[in-house]
Design a protein around this ligand. Structure first.
Ligand code: ADP
Ligand code: MG
Length: 288
């Protein structure tokens, strides 16, 4: 039987905007020693803005943006939303087909019979397209058309207001290690990790590599120590499912993420992780 005190703990959590799906997860939160975060949408706002447009091969900024907007017309990735917002007009659909979103890479689509690619360096490498290294730190979206490099966009995201506090509060609660996993470029991941005081950063990870990295972190700790993963559910649902306690951001997160998670933070604030652990510790003190 479940001790009554647990219901009090789950109730206290829910009054704080933290949905805990079972007393076993509240119990596990007591023993958390390692906290692993996804970057985009979890520690950062996931609200990107296009900050630079760098066309090449004789194209205008308008032409490059048009290709980018067509490619990103259907994606629900925060990068895609920023490109649609920067375009700010209706996106042409005529002559567009064969849409293919490649997780952790970007988009492939056919426009008037030519293949258009919009995504990161890995996507360009796969297609053997040589690209220009950007001069600015930021998330890069390279664009290619019919096998030719067309230029790139720089997209910037901001850290959430409470992200640094969230990391500090965890350290105060005796969390031994904080980790950030990201599919984004190494330079971007390391800059954000350094700003926030995260202990370890693993960047340029595909969704399946995030699971592998989590397993390595799991193997490196004692089984008594619990590890939680905190994500927004865009491309990280398998990682959420694999962690001792999977925590999803409920506001930005997809239904699939909310389904796969053990704990849902309704307000999207990473500082609520420390809040959940504090409630778990208080609950344990009452139950025993
Ligand atoms: P993260 O949440 O850590 O940024 P994702 O797996 O969501 O990881 O994305 C990893 C990378 O893949 C992004 O940083 C971006 O470079 C590229 N990418 C993913 N989706 C898109 C998209 N729709 N358009 C362009 N690039 C994308
Ligand atoms: Mg993400």
């Amino acid at each position: 039987s479940i001790p009554l005190g647990f219901f009090g703990g789950i109730g206290a959590a829910s009054r704080n905007g933290i949905l805990v799906k079972g007393s076993n997860y509240l119990e596990a939160l007591n023993d958390v020693k390692v906290v692993v975060f996804d970057k985009t949408g979890t520690l950062t706002k996931g609200v990107f803005k296009v900050t630079a447009i760098r066309p090449e091969d004789g194209r205008t900024e308008e032409e490059l943006m048009r290709l980018a907007a067509i490619a990103e017309a259907q994606s629900n990735h925060p990068i895609a939303e920023s490109i649609r917002a920067a375009w700010g007009r209706e996106i042409p659909t005529e002559g567009v087909d064969g849409y293919d979103e490649v997780a952790g890479h970007g988009i492939k689509v056919r426009v008037d019979g030519s293949e258009v690619l919009a995504g990161n360096a890995k996507l360009m490498q796969q297609a053997n397209i040589s690209y220009t290294a950007p001069q600015t730190v930021g998330t890069v979206v390279h664009i290619a058309e019919a096998g030719t490099y067309a230029g790139h966009l720089i997209i910037a995201d901001e850290v959430k207001d409470d992200a640094a506090d969230a990391i500090r509060a965890l350290r105060k609660l005796g969390i031994r290690k904080t980790v950030m996993l990201t599919g984004d470029a190494k330079a971007v991941g390391e800059a954000v990790g350094h700003d926030l005081g995260v202990d370890e950063v693993y960047a340029e990870l595909l969704p399946q590599h995030k699971v592998e990295q989590l397993e390595k972190l799991e193997a490196a700790k004692s089984p008594k120590e619990k590890m939680i993963f905190v994500g927004d559910g865009i491309n990280d649902t398998p990682v959420l499912a694999r962690a001792d306690v999977g925590v999803a951001m409920g506001g930005l997160g997809s239904d699939a993420a909310i389904e796969a998670a053990d704990v849902v933070i309704m307000t999207d604030e990473p500082s609520k992780i420390a809040g959940a652990i504090r409630i778990a510790k208080r609950t344990r003190a009452i139950v025993w």
